[in-house]
Design a protein around this ligand. Structure first.
Ligand code: VG1
Ligand code: CO
Length: 560
């Protein structure tokens, strides 16, 4: 076939962030912009692109079909032999990871900007996953970035648009394209992991029947949610909402938290629904929310780890190790300790869990950012976490009929103590101010006498003694690679923490993330609102960092 070499010029800023390249659609639509980046991916593939098979799909956001056609043309010119494509270019992020692994392909390309809004004026994203099914490690993303910095040409085969709407096998120029139903492979995997009969039994034989609501926030998990809640678990239509993927996610943020999943929260409270859950645009995040019961992601992963062996058949033969990202609360560390398991603290971003899983040292892990998962794939998995929670509730009800989310939470805190946790996001602040604030903090950390000093809250007498303050750096225990500057943290003598990071997923400006954590073994505090207990720490963080001065923001956009 006719491979054309197109002359191009580098675009600055094609550096993959925490999870791929995310920019405004308009930026991807610039001449050669998408082509440059896709060429760089193929050029950077660990053993070249010649003769390789990849999976391709995404969250269905605006510009996905166009990007898929471009990728097929460039793939064809770069010797890719076979593409497994989700119907209509749709595949959830976990489903891509599952397909890469079950079909043993050489990697995959995901078209997603996750929970960022979609539409002509919103975000698009492209991410490359390697043959283990996980996000490309930094060594690969650095190589992609380097290539984009001095790219002079890309290769393309002029092919007509392929009809993405029909499943089956097609010859598209020199490549074979297999268009698959996005859902079936993934649902099969979940059925191997969980005991659906146990969940069904709990849902259908309890009186009164437990009520359930799943909200896909108009993102990619709609069809997956329907397949599980309606087809597998036999619930009726009222148990799902916003389950048709829309290119603009209905105009809102497909992000499962208390702010953006307000429709779910409102209906759960109004109808007193016992089990509510939502996932994000590309399906790797989850929120668990029942009437009067919110599970923080940091608690969620700890509780899943605690119950896994008895509630989830996949873990029956034991758990290997546990892990969390650095800002995530230490709740899972306490579970690991009590079970005698290894626990790892990695930088923010799922790519850091992959090596540990591949080496057989990690089974269950999570991030405070509503990401939870296990070694069944190499991405976090929203629907998996939701079914894990249904399994826990079913198992808890075998032990004690009538157990709800709050009972599971309280039982966990009584056993292990409670880690109060909160994150404040200051979105789209000026990059300069954000960077200056980080520099100011670095200087403060380095000043003599900072460690050992007492930091005082502004509206109370509470104070905290600094035990340690540093910029988090991580050495991968498997391949020895080092990642520096992964977030500024202060640990206090009482075990509390304050962390500052700049987001690596935003598409414009800077997003400052402030995380605070406080551990309590005092049962009388367990019912407390996290914001109340964390107030002194927040005050310390704000005055120490001079955040308001540097960012000109007096309030965060989102609190989780
Ligand atoms: C955010 C979260 C991080 C998560 C990442 C990708 O990154 O904090 O925990 O792994 O998003 O999630 P950052 O760099 O903006 O803080 V997703 O669902 O957007 O792929
Ligand atoms: Co996501």
């Amino acid at each position: 076939s006719d491979i054309i070499t197109v002359q191009t010029k580098p675009y600055s800023g094609q550096k993959p962030g925490t999870s791929g390249l995310r920019k405004k659609v308009k930026i991807f639509q610039q001449e050669h912009y998408t082509e440059n980046f896709v060429q760089a991916i193929f050029s950077a593939m660990p053993d070249g692109s010649e003769g390789k098979t990849i999976v391709l799909g995404g969250d269905g956001r605006y510009f996905s079909p166009e990007a898929a056609q471009i990728i097929l043309r460039i793939a064809a010119a770069n010797g890719i032999k076979h593409v497994i494509l989700g119907q209509d270019a749709i595949l959830s992020t976990p489903a891509v990871s599952a397909l890469i692994r079950s079909l043993k392909t050489d990697g995959g390309i995901l078209l997603t900007a996750s929970h960022n809004p979609g539409g002509p004026d919103e975000d698009f994203g492209i991410k490359f996953n390697t043959a283990n099914g996980g996000p490309a490690p930094e060594e690969v993303t650095d190589r992609i970035y380097k290539i984009t910095e001095d790219i002079k040409e890309y290769k393309i085969v002029k092919l007509p648009d392929l009809d993405l709407s029909k499943t089956g096998e097609f010859q598209h120029g020199p490549i074979k394209v297999t268009i698959v139903d996005p859902v079936s492979n993934y649902i099969q995997l979940l059925k191997e992991i969980f005991d659906f009969d146990m969940i069904k039994n709990w849902l259908h034989t309890t009186t009164p029947k437990p009520t359930v609501l799943f909200d896909a926030l108009n993102g990619v998990t709609g069809p997956y949610g329907r397949a599980i809640f309606i087809d597998e678990l036999g619930l009726d239509e009222s148990s799902v909402q916003q389950c048709v993927p829309k290119p603009d996610f209905g105009g809102s943020h497909p992000d499962p938290n208390l702010t953006y999943a307000h429709d779910l929260v409102a209906r759960v409270e109004k109808e007193q629904i016992e089990f509510g859950a939502a996932s994000d645009g590309d399906g790797d995040r989850n929120m668990i929310y029942g009437a009067g019961a919110f599970v923080t992601p940091s608690d969620s992963v700890a509780i899943i780890a605690d119950w896994a062996e008895k509630a989830i058949p996949y873990f029956k033969s034991g758990i290997k190790g546990l892990a969390r990202s650095m800002p995530t609360s230490g709740a899972i560390d306490i579970v690991a300790k009590s079970k005698g398991l290894e626990v790892f603290e990695v930088p923010t971003g799922w790519k850091f869990f992959g090596n540990l899983m591949d080496a057989g040292r990690l089974s269950i892990c999570g991030e405070e950012s509503f990401g939870t998962g296990s070694d069944h794939i190499r991405e976090k998995d929203g629907v998996w976490a939701i079914v894990a929670w249904l399994s826990i509730l079913a198992a808890a009800n075998k032990e004690k009929p009538g157990s709800g989310i709050n009972d599971v939470l309280m039982q966990h805190w009584k056993k292990y103590g409670r880690s109060f946790f909160s994150r404040y996001d200051y979105e789209q602040v000026e990059s300069e101010g954000a960077e200056a604030m980080m520099s100011h903090l670095r200087e403060t950390f380095a000043s003599s006498g900072f460690v050992g000093s007492e930091l005082k809250a502004t509206s109370s007498d509470t104070s905290f003694e600094v035990a340690e303050a540093d910029d988090f750096s991580y050495t991968d225990p498997i391949d020895g690679s080092v990642s520096t500057k992964q977030g500024l943290y202060i640990k206090f003598v009482d075990g509390s923490r304050i962390i500052f990071r700049l987001s690596g997923t935003g598409s414009s400006g800077a997003t400052v993330r402030l995380y605070v954590e406080k551990y309590s073994k005092n049962e009388s505090e367990f019912g407390e609102d996290a914001q109340v207990g964390l107030k002194p720490l927040i005050e310390v963080a704000l005055s120490l960092s001079k955040l308001q001065e540097y960012t000109k923001r007096d309030k965060p956009n989102v609190i989780t």
